[in-house]
Design a protein around this ligand. Structure first.
Ligand SMILES: NC(=O)C1=CN([C@@H]2O[C@H](COP(=O)(O)OP(=O)(O)OC[C@H]3O[C@@H](n4cnc5c(N)ncnc54)[C@H](O)[C@@H]3O)[C@@H](O)[C@H]2O)C=CC1
Ligand SMILES: O=C(O)[C@@H]1CCC=N1
Length: 267
């Protein structure tokens, strides 16, 4: 398969590297379109078939066009792409908030898949949810799913509207996790540990706890209760979290991300 990627930043290149790792695409079969000259320089190491700053007619030679620019850059990209896209090509967008209908209208093009990955895709450990326009046939959809699965796991959603919630939950989710880890490391430093020691204590705790969620035959409440002894230290921390409504704050933050994803579709 020949793939053009428009916007070769973190996510665009995470996808490109995952496809390469699993031999799904050859380096020479990539066309990378990147606007930033600094970023272009770093992409020369990747040795793609074509590396360019401009969306031109050669893009019509590629089977799949991945749109991985920021949502705010889509308008200018669509103006150039509309002039060169061919009806047989499939568009895969990972842009937050931009709906299939917006993409179809802006490009005057039917076959569009909208996906929402997350940054662990860089390690092949991402989760991507995706929806497709009816014009994408099953054969094309299977091929794209194979590509997406090189970046981790995937979920097909019949209901495209749910992608705004996915964006808020798993798309942005890694940042929430890093935020909590950062606060824990900072607490460790405040209690007198060097950063490296605090980071080791926290990171191994998160790793082990993640595996307990997946392997222990217990609910999250049971796992919490197994740590929190009556009258003990954990209880003291949890009481403080509850007094500050930390769980509500986290939920409200996630819902705010969903609202923002919806707003992005309105420009
Ligand atoms: N970073 C994340 O965790 C996730 C991001 N996304 C979505 O992926 C998209 C890309 O995000 P990132 O990779 O984080 O951003 P990024 O800023 O790392 O990459 C975007 C790239 O597009 C380039 N670009 C901008 N205008 C261009 C144009 N006209 N032609 C060619 N290249 C152009 C920029 O120079 C930049 O290198 C966004 O739409 C975002 O909503 C989706 C899921 C997760
Ligand atoms: O923050 C954003 O808008 C993008 C979408 C999901 C993660 N990053």
């Amino acid at each position: 398969m020949k793939i053009a990627i428009i916007g070769c930043g973190n996510m665009g290149m995470a996808f490109a590297r995952a496809f390469l790792k699993f031999d799904l695409v050859k380096k020479e079969d990539f066309l990378l379109v990147e606007k930033s000259t600094d970023r272009m320089e770093s992409l020369t190491n990747f040795q793609p078939g074509v590396l360019t700053g401009i969306i031109g007619p050669q893009i019509g030679e590629y089977d799949l066009i991945i749109l991985s620019v920021k949502p705010q850059d889509f308008l200018s990209v669509s103006e150039a792409l509309k002039a060169v896209i061919k009806p047989t090509q499939v568009v895969l967008s990972i842009m937050a908030g931009i709906t299939i209908e917006i993409i179809q209208n802006a490009l005057n093009h039917n076959s569009v898949i909208r996906a929402m990955p997350n940054t662990p895709a860089m390690l092949g450990m991402g989760i991507t949810a995706y929806s497709a326009s009816p014009e994408v046939d099953m054969n094309q959809l299977r091929k794209i799913e194979n590509l997406i699965n090189a970046t981790g796991r995937s979920v097909f959603l019949e209901d495209e509207d749910k992608l705004n919630a996915v964006t808020a939950l798993s798309g942005s989710g890694p940042a929430y996790f890093f935020y909590v880890v950062k606060a824990m490391i900072e607490a460790g430093k405040q209690m007198g540990f060097e950063e490296s020691v605090a980071a080791l204590l926290v990171k191994q705790t998160m790793l082990g706890s993640y595996h307990l969620i997946n392997t222990a035959d217990k609910s999250l409440d049971e796992l919490i209760n197994a740590v929190a002894s009556k009258g003990g230290t954990t209880e003291a921390a949890l009481r403080r979290f509850e007094a500050g409504h930390l769980d509500d704050t986290l939920k409200e933050g996630i819902l705010a991300a969903q609202v923002r994803s919806t707003e992005l579709s309105k420009g």
